[in-house]
Each structure stands twice: as structure tokens, then as C-alpha cells.
Ligand binder design. Structure first.
Ligand code: AR6
Length: 179
């Protein structure tokens, strides 16, 4: 599914965040130490190689809502933007902290002349954020920021399951009605 707002294309696709060769940057659903881990962080660090953890180490620890940028090494992208999402039910207010991840990631992308960026569904795995609520926070933040973006022209949501893809498509459709 693809939508356009203020010249910014927003796309939802099924896939793996490590295979997004049409995007300048990919976002990592990181841990505070910016180390490898499970889910997205494990996949990104495995695919990028050990240089990624080496560059990231001095940037850690990060707080929920923060984003930092590194090179992408063996990934087919220029940059990895590492975001620490909130742990649902623990880091509060979780909706603001999750929104901060998306806005801070997009601001870093803008500052580094990134034209296209791929996001996973931050916080919706190990961190337990309900998928539909998380999608609503993500799209609300992105649609509000779209008119201010100068460099970023394509934002892709990469969903690991068809079910998560369907939820995102439905929420994106709904959110578009509010803009
Ligand atoms: N590509 C795209 N999406 C994926 C992939 C992939 N390769 N693998 C999983 N997902 P998670 P979090 C989906 O747990 O909730 C890590 O261990 C997954 O189905 O990666 O922010 C870190 O070290 C889910 O919908 O991130 C942290 O400690 C979404 O990506 C912690 O988990 C996010 O799942 C971060 O937890």
C-alpha cells in the first residue's frame, strides 16, 4: 500500500528490515546499550557485521525516545538510525516516547540528507506495545511531520508478518482521513 502526503510517499510492505535496498536509511528497534539482541536489533547487527556495534558503543546508553545514527556497513543502506522504544507499561508516557522515536529518527534523517527511510514497528515485539496502538502513534507522528520534511521523500514501514501489515494498512487508511 502507498499513500502520498505533502510530497512524501508512505508505504507499508511485508518483509525483513535488513533487505531494504531501495532505502538510504533503516531504523533499528534498539536496546539502550546499542548492542545486538533479539528481533530487529539481532537481525540488523548480524547483517551489518561487527563494525556496527563498534561504532555504536561510544554513543550508548540511550534513553527511551532517543535516536542516534551510524553507518550501515554490510547492510544495503547508507545509515542505520537506532531508536530505543518504550517498554509498554513501564516507560511512561509510552505514546509520547514512541512518537519521539519517529520524530527524532526523521530529524536525524533530514540532517543527513536521507531521502528514503525504512522503519520496523518499534516496541511491538519484545517491548510489548500493542500493534494497532503503536501503528496509530507512528502514522499520526509521521503525517504531522510530513509537511516539514525537505529531504525525506519516502517512508517505508516494513512489517514482519502479513497480520501486522494488514493492521498497518488499516490504521494508515484511518489516519489519512484525519488529515
Ligand atoms: N524485519 C522487520 N521486522 C522485524 C524483524 C525483521 N528482521 N524481526 C522482528 N521484527 P523487536 P522492540 C518485528 O522485538 O519491541 C531486542 O532484543 C517484530 O515482529 O525487534 O522495540 C532489542 O535488543 C516486531 O513487530 O523490537 C531490545 O532489547 C517489531 O519488529 C528489544 O528487543 C519490533 O520487535 C526491543 O524491542
Amino acid at each position: 500500500m502507498e499513500k502520498k502526503i505533502s510530497g512524501v510517499q508512505i508505504e507499508c510492505r511485508h518483509g525483513d528490515i535488513t533487505n531494504q535496498d531501495d532505502c538510504d536509511a533503516v531504523v533499528n528497534a534498539a536496546n539502550a546499550r546499542l548492542e545486538t539482541g533479539g528481533g530487529v536489533a539481532g537481525a540488523i547487527h548480524r547483517a551489518a557485521g561487527p563494525e556496527l556495534a563498534k561504532e555504536a558503543r561510544p554513543l550508548a546508553p540511550i534513553k527511551p525516545g532517543d535516536a542516534v545514527i551510524t553507518k550501515a556497513y554490510r547492510l544495503p543502506n547508507k545509515y542505520v538510525i537506532h531508536c530505543l522504544g518504550p517498554v509498554y507499561g513501564n516507560d511512561k508516557p509510552e505514546d509520547k516516547l514512541l512518537a519521539d522515536c519517529y520524530s527524532n529518527a526523521l530529524n536525524l534523517a533530514e540532517g543527513n540528507q536521507v531521502k528514503s527511510i525504512a522503519f520496523p514497528a518499534i516496541s511491538t515485539g519484545v517491548f510489548g506495545y500493542p500493534i494497532q496502538e503503536a501503528a496509530s502513534v507512528a502514522f499520526d507522528t509521521i503525517l504531522k511531520m510530513a509537511p516539514t520534511l525537505k529531504s525525506v521523500k519516502k517512508i517505508v514501514f516494513v512489517l514482519h508478518s502479513i497480520q501486522d501489515l494488514e493492521v498497518h494498512e488499516k490504521v494508515l487508511e484511518e489516519e489519512f482521513k484525519n488529515f
